[in-house]
Design a protein around this ligand. Structure first.
Ligand SMILES: O=C(O)CCC(=O)C(=O)O
Length: 193
C-alpha cells in the first residue's frame, strides 16, 4: 500500500491509488472482459460476477448466486484483500462499460446489500467522478485515471453520493478531454439477508 494516496478532494474514507495495475494487466483484463457476454438492460452495458444485483428491486436475493469469481477476477479480488484494502476477499464484481456520453447517476451503493468497503478499478480512459453530500450540500470531484483504483469506505461509502456525469468530454487538469471507452470493475462483499 505504499502508493496509497489520500486525494486532495477531502472526502473522508476515500482513497485513490494511481497505477494500481500495469498496462499489461489492463490489456489482459480488457481482453478477458470482451470475451464475455454483456447484460443490456441498462443504458450502459454491464457484466455481473459472483452475485447478480437487481437494479430495480435494489437487492441481492439469496438465489442471485452466479458461482465463484472467474480466475481472472479472483486474482484481483485476492490482491485487494492481501493488500489490506478489503477486510475479506470481495465476492462480487460488476463490470460497467461507459461509451462517450454514458455515465451513472448519483447514488450510494445499496446499504443492506453490500458491506462497507467498495472499490472501483478504471480501465481504458479517464473520467471525472463527482461526489455530493446530500446532508451538507458539499460537492467534490476527482479524476479517475485509467489503471487507478478508488476505494470508498465509511463516510465516502455511506454519506456521499457518487456519480459519473453522462457527457462526451471532461475538463481534466484544465484541458477539455474527449472521453473514450471506459470500463470499470467494482468489487464488493455481499451481505445476504
Ligand atoms: O464506474 C465506476 O467507477 C463506478 C461504478 C458504480 O458506481 C456502481 O457500479 O455503482
Amino acid at each position: 500500500m505504499d502508493q496509497k494516496t489520500e486525494p486532495e478532494i477531502n472526502v473522508s474514507g476515500l482513497i485513490y491509488i494511481p497505477d494500481f495495475i500495469s498496462v499489461q494487466e489492463q490489456d489482459f483484463l480488457l481482453s478477458q472482459i470482451d470475451q464475455q457476454s454483456w447484460l443490456t438492460d441498462l443504458k450502459r452495458r454491464v457484466q455481473h460476477y459472483g452475485y447478480k444485483y437487481d437494479y430495480k428491486a435494489r437487492t441481492v436475493s439469496n438465489d442471485a448466486y452466479l458461482g465463484s469469481l472467474p480466475a481472472w477476477l479472483s486474482l484481483l479480488s485476492n490482491k485487494l484483500h492481501n493488500d489490506g484494502i478489503f477486510p475479506s476477499v470481495p465476492d462480487q464484481v460488476i463490470v460497467n462499460e461507459y461509451l462517450p456520453g454514458q455515465g451513472i447517476s448519483a447514488h450510494i451503493d445499496c446499504v443492506p446489500c453490500f458491506a462497507d468497503t467498495i472499490a472501483s478499478l478504471s480501465l481504458g480512459s479517464p473520467c471525472i467522478m463527482e461526489f455530493s453530500n446530500p446532508r451538507t450540500g458539499e460537492k467534490r470531484s476527482i479524476v479517475l485515471e485509467d489503471r487507478s483504483l478508488i476505494v470508498l469506505s465509511g463516510p465516502a461509502r455511506y454519506e456521499w453520493q457518487h456519480a459519473i456525469p453522462s457527457r462526451k468530454s471532461d475538463i481534466i487538469n484544465g484541458i477539455k478531454t474527449e472521453r473514450a471507452r471506459r470500463v470499470s470493475l467494482t468489487f464488493r462483499n455481499i451481505i445476504l439477508n
